[in-house]
Design a protein around this ligand. Structure first.
Ligand code: FEO
Ligand code: CA
Ligand code: CA
Ligand code: CA
Length: 646
C-alpha cells in the first residue's frame, strides 16, 4: 500500500497531546525506554560494528577481499528512478501476469477503457502484492509447475479508471465501485515453466478469482458467531462476502494460502454516534477511513447502516487453492488488526507458529502458536489447525529480550472490568487488548519472517516519522524514523513457540553517508546497496534474506529488492538486485524451491503525486499510448540457468 496509508496513529497509548490515563502510564514507559534506550543504542551500535570495523568509511570496500566471500555474486544495479524496471546483467525478467489478464477460457480480453465488473471478476486483479508459490506435484517437478497465489491489495482509483480523476469523488458510480471491488482480493493461477519461460495455463481447473464483494467466506475460530459479527446479511455472524486489502501473506506447510486483511478501515464511510458500543473500537482501527466511495452505494460499507461490518474484516483468511469451490476461512484465532503478513513455520514440537505485523505507526508484532501439532502424513488433518491456539503480542525489552504476552480472555487485564466478555471480544479488539498488556509500540511492523535454518525471525519496520524523542525505545531507537529498520529475533534453540526470545537490530536503514540518518549498515555495503522503508521480505531456499521496499523514493531512488547478508563478517551488507518503475512499490518476493526463478510483484506503477489514468507517471509494462500502467508479476531467471543471486 502506498506509504501514507498507515500514516495516522490510532494507538491511544502514544497519541500526542491528549493525556489519557494510558498516556500517563506510557509517559513513564517512554521515559524509561528513552533513558535506557540510549545506553542500549550505544551497546547495539558497538555490537553491530564489532565485526565490521565501524571506523571504515562507507565506500571503503578495499578490505572485502580479505573477508569472507560475499554470499551474493550478482552484479549490483545502480540507484535511480525511471519509467521501467532494472535487473542485474545476465538476468531476464518476463512479465508473467498483468492486471486485466484473462484467467479463464471465457475471460473477456482486457479493455481498460471499457472495464466492467463482470470482466474484472474473470481477470487478474489490481495491485498484486503477496506472491505464494505451491508446487502442484512436489514429488515430480516442484519448481516447474505450480499454483501462484496472488493478493490484490487495493485499487488505485485514479489510475485504474478512465475519466474519474478530474471530478473525484462525484465521478464515482455504483458500477465503478463494483469494478474496484472485483479488482480486490486474490487470484490463484496455474503456471508452468518450459525452457526458461513461464506460462499461465488459462484452462487450469485450479484458476480462481477471490474478490472483495462476491466470494463467500466462513468465519471460524473463537469469534465466529459473536453478536458483534452479525449483520443484516448474516444474522448468524458466520458468513461474510469477500476479503479486502490483502497485503502480504503466507503459504502453510499443508499447502494452503494465508491472505492478510490489512487496511480494511479505508473501505468504510459513514459515522456512528460517539455513544455507540462499537464507536471506540472502530476508532482504534481508523474506521471509517473513507478512502473509497463504496459506502455511498452499498449499505454494508456505511458504518451508520451496518455498524458491525468492519468487525468482519482485519482477519487472516485461509484458502485451499487446490479446491476452487472451497469457502475461504477467516481464522479469528489469529486476531484482528491491519495484518501485513502471515509467514509461518513448524516448531520443533510440531506446533504451527504464524508471525504477524500490525502495519500502523505505533502498533505491534504478534505471533500465533497452534494448540495442536502439524501432521505431515495427513494433509487434511491440518485444515483447522489455525482455529485454536494462543495469540501473543511482543514486548521488546531494553535488555534485548522479547516477552511474548498471551492474549487470553480472563487473564491479566483482559477481563469484564475492561470490557472483554469473551475471547471473541479479545480477538475482535486485539489492538486494545494488546494496549492493555503494554506491548511495545513499533515503527510500523510489516513482514515478519522466520528462517527455518537459523531459528532467526526478521521483522521489517518500515518507518515512523511520527515518533518523537520521548517515545524512543531500544527497539525503535530513532525519533522521526524516516527510513525504518530491521530487527532480528532469535528464538532460543530454534524453539519458535518460546515466550522469551532475544532481539537485536540488524540494520537501521537510510543513507549511511548522511550522519543525520543515523543508519547502520555494514560498511562493505556500496552506495547502491542501502535502502529505506523495508516492507516485504523472503528467506530464499538457501536461507538468505531478501528485502523489498515501499517508500525508498524518499531517498531519491525507486523501490526495489535488495539481497541482505545476516551472518559472518558481511552481516548487515546489502546489494541492489531489482528496481521498480517510477511510482511503484516492490512486493511479493517469492522463489521456486530450486531458487532458479524469482517472482516479484510490481504494485501501483506510475502512481506519482497527481498521476491519473490519462496521465500516469509511466505506462509500464505495455508502453502503449492509451494503456494505463498495469500492476504486474515478473518471473526472473538467470540467463545461464543458475540459481538467482548465485
Ligand atoms: Fe500493504 Fe503494509 O503494506
Ligand atoms: Ca506493501
Ligand atoms: Ca514474506
Ligand atoms: Ca508498506
Amino acid at each position: 500500500m502506498i506509504d501514507d496509508s498507515e500514516n495516522t496513529t490510532s494507538n491511544p497509548r502514544v497519541s500526542n497531546g491528549v493525556a489519557t490515563i494510558s498516556d500517563i502510564v506510557n509517559a513513564r514507559l517512554s521515559r524509561r525506554g528513552f533513558l535506557s534506550g540510549l545506553t542500549t543504542l550505544t551497546a547495539l551500535s558497538a555490537a553491530a560494528c564489532a565485526s565490521t570495523e565501524g571506523s571504515q568509511s562507507v565506500t571503503d570496500i578495499s578490505k572485502a577481499e580479505n573477508l569472507n566471500a560475499p554470499l551474493f555474486t550478482f552484479e549490483e544495479i545502480s540507484r535511480g528512478s525511471d519509467s521501467t524496471h532494472h535487473l542485474p546483467s545476465g538476468y531476464t525478467g518476463d512479465i508473467l501476469l498483468k492486471w486485466g489478464d484473462a484467467l479463464f477460457p471465457d475471460s473477456p480480453e482486457f479493455d481498460p477503457h471499457n472495464q466492467s465488473e463482470q470482466a474484472q471478476l474473470k481477470q487478474f486483479g489490481y495491485n498484486n502484492d503477496y506472491l505464494g508459490y505451491i508446487p502442484i506435484k512436489p514429488e515430480q517437478n516442484e519448481s516447474n509447475r505450480g499454483l501462484l497465489c496472488v493478493n490484490h491489495e487495493y485499487t488505485s482509483t485514479n489510475l485504474m479508471l478512465p475519466n474519474v480523476a478530474g471530478n473525484y469523488p462525484d465521478s464515482m458510480t455504483k458500477e465503478l465501485c463494483e469494478i474496484e471491488l472485483a479488482g480486490h482480493g486474490g487470484s490463484v493461477v496455474e503456471i508452468s515453466e518450459q525452457d526458461g519461460q513461464w506460462h499461465v495455463d488459462r484452462n487450469s481447473k485450479f484458476n480462481r478469482r477471490i474478490t472483495a464483494h462476491k466470494t463467500p467466506m466462513e468465519i471460524t475460530g473463537p469469534a465466529a458467531g459473536s453478536a458483534r459479527l452479525k449483520t443484516n446479511e448474516d444474522p448468524k455472524g458466520r458468513l461474510v462476502a469477500g476479503t479486502m486489502n490483502n497485503c502480504a501473506g503466507g503459504i502453510t506447510p499443508w499447502g494452503t494460502w494465508l491472505m492478510s486483511e490489512e487496511n480494511f478501515n479505508g473501505n468504510f464511510l459513514g459515522q456512528l454516534p460517539e455513544e455507540h458500543s462499537e464507536s471506540q473500537n472502530h476508532k482504534r482501527y481508523g474506521v471509517p477511513g473513507g478512502w473509497y466511495q463504496w459506502g455511498k452505494f452499498i449499505d454494508r460499507y456505511d458504518v451508520s447502516k451496518e455498524p458491525n461490518e468492519p468487525n468482519r474484516f482485519g482477519w487472516i483468511v485461509e484458502v485451499n487453492p487446490f479446491d476452487p469451490t472451497s469457502k475461504p476461512k477467516k481464522r479469528t484465532a489469529l486476531g484482528r488488526f491491519k495484518h501485513e503478513g502471515a509467514e509461518n513455520i513448524i516448531a520443533p514440537n510440531g506446533r504451527v507458529v504464524v508471525y504477524m505485523g500490525d502495519d500502523q505507526r505505533f502498533d505491534y508484532v504478534y505471533k500465533f502458536v497452534s494448540d495442536k501439532a502439524y501432521d505431515a502424513s495427513n494433509k487434511a488433518a491440518n485444515f483447522n489447525l489455525l482455529d485454536s491456539g494462543v495469540l501473543y503480542v511482543a514486548r521488546f525489552d531494553e535488555d534485548g529480550s522479547v516477552e511474548w504476552m498471551p492474549l487470553i480472555y480472563g487473564t491479566g487485564p483482559l477481563t469484564e472490568e475492561n470490557g472483554f466478555a469473551s475471547q471473541a471480544d479479545v480477538l475482535i479488539e486485539t489492538r486494545r487488548a494488546a494496549d492493555l498488556l503494554e506491548a511495545t509500540p513499533m515503527d510500523r511492523p510489516e513482514d515478519v519472517e522466520p528462517d527455518p535454518n537459523s531459528g532467526k525471525v526478521f521483522v521489517m519496520l518500515t518507518n515512523n516519522h511520527k515518533r518523537v524523542d520521548s517515545q524512543v525505545n531500544a527497539a525503535n531507537p530513532r525519533a522521526d524514523n524516516q527510513f525504518g529498520h530491521i530487527i532480528e529475533i532469535t528464538e532460543p534453540d530454534g524453539d519458535f513457540t518460546s515466550t522469551k526470545s532475544k532481539w537485536e537490530i540488524l540494520i537501521k536503514c537510510g543513507d549511511p553517508s548522511s550522519p543525520a540518518h543515523g543508519s547502520t549498515w555494514n560498511p562493505l555495503t556500496s552506495p547502491d546497496g542501502w535502502f529505506g522503508s523495508p516492507d516485504n521480505c523472503a528467506i530464499d531456499p538457501s536461507g538468505r534474506l531478501w528485502v523489498s521496499t515501499d517508500g525508498n523514493n524518499k531517498t531519491g531512488a525507486a523501490d526495489g529488492l535488495w539481497a541482505v547478508e545476516t551472518q559472518g563478517p558481511r552481516r548487515g551488507t546489502s546489494r541492489a538486485f531489482f528496481r521498480t518503475p517510477v511510482g511503484a512499490e516492490m512486493c511479493g518476493p517469492q522463489f521456486t524451491p530450486d531458487r532458479k526463478t524469482l517472482f516479484l510483484a510490481v504494485q501501483h506503477p506510475g502512481d506519482e503525486d497527481d498521476a491519473t489514468f490519462e496521465n500516469p507517471a509511466t505506462r509500464w509494462p505495455d508502453f502503449e499510448a492509451s494503456t494505463p500502467p498495469r500492476p504486474s508479476v515478473i518471473a526472473i531467471r538467470n540467463n545461464t540457468g543458475k540459481p538467482i543471486g548465485s
